[in-house]
Write a protein that binds this ligand. Structure first.
Ligand code: NAD
Length: 277
């Protein structure tokens, strides 16, 4: 089992989104999911794992791109329905429309994954412009709210909402003040919503990843330096950055009836990084 990919494997142009040996067992058979940011990285991993477990999967993503179409192709190869929706989660009408199209196409909605996120690096708070600060709030906080507000009228008993937060919500990050602020807000959103929706038997949980090899990592933008990638994992006890494929099973668990008594919680998938919350 390839649980400890070497750096060479991580440097492959396509990160691994689902392990070839991941065997679905119908845990999400017939369920209908909407995943924001489902075209790439962690969201794509959730999409492929959900599909292998039998769910129909809609993905909402910022701009039309080859990865989105490839994600849908891989979802449909699992014998389920896929739906690609282009749009910006910071626009509430886009979120309303994405939910409406998902419900219309699949005949309902049971699983919502808020995952689309932006991250801008700055070592100096005074260098963060109003626009950059606002963009973090608009996508990482407002987007999560808009999607859930639109989805709620359609979610029945046993439905699940999963919010992708981050280790940075707990540990902070000196270069990511705006981002860490929004990721912590997502935790408050998760906990308060879990309390409000418990009486409807709708569960709300979070996944808090540590460093994961996705296009969100600036180290992946240009020619990849193996040392820079190795450094991204140096603060984790497991000593390496994670692959998207190592996140997918956490989403399956929280979305499935295996987690029927789990709400308001956070699964930390971070190579064992020490956290304070
Ligand atoms: P990614 O860049 O691979 O994917 C994010 C996707 O979100 C993009 O492909 C894009 O389509 C979508 N997106 C961005 N802005 C959007 C918008 N305004 N409207 C609609 N879609 C939009 O990133 P990823 O690393 O897979 O990140 C997914 C989530 O995981 C984010 O919430 C991120 O904060 C979180 N996270 C990532 C890491 C990591 O190390 N990669 C660590 C902790 C948390």
């Amino acid at each position: 089992q390839d649980h400890q990919p070497g750096i060479e494997r991580l440097l492959k142009p396509q990160a691994e989104h689902i392990r070839a040996d991941y065997r679905g067992s119908g845990k999400l058979q017939g369920r209908r999911a909407l995943i924001t940011g489902g075209d790439s990285g962690i969201g794509r991993a959730a999409a492929l794992h959900f599909a292998r477990e039998g769910a129909n999967v809609a993905i909402l993503y910022l701009e039309e791109n080859e990865d989105a179409q490839e994600t849908i192709r891989l979802v449909e190869a699992e014998g389920v329905k896929g739906l690609a929706i282009e749009g910006d989660v910071s626009d509430s009408t886009v979120c309303d429309d994405a939910v409406a199209r998902t419900v219309e196409t699949f005949g309902g909605l049971d699983i919502v994954v808020n995952n689309a996120g932006v991250q801008y690096v700055s070592e100096d708070l005074t260098a963060i412009t109003d626009a950059v600060w606002q963009r973090h709030m608009d996508v990482n906080i407002n987007g999560y709210f808009y999607i859930v507000r639109a989805a709620l009228p359609h979610l029945g008993k046993g439905s699940a909402i999963i919010n992708t937060s981050s280790i940075n919500a707990f540990a902070g990050n000196r270069s990511l003040v705006a981002y860490s602020t929004t990721k912590a807000a997502e935790m408050g959103f998760t906990r308060a919503l879990a309390l409000q929706l418990a009486e409807k038997d709708i569960r709300v949980n979070a996944v808090a990843p540590g460093p994961v090899w996705t296009p969100l990592q600036p180290a992946s933008w240009g020619p990849v330096d193996p040392q820079a990638v190795a450094d991204l994992g140096k603060d984790t006890p497991l000593g390496r950055i994670g692959q998207p494929s190592e996140l997918g099973p956490a989403y399956v668990y929280l979305a499935s009836q295996d987690a029927s008594y789990v709400t308001g919680q956070t699964i930390h998938v971070n190579g064992g990084m020490i956290i304070n919350g």
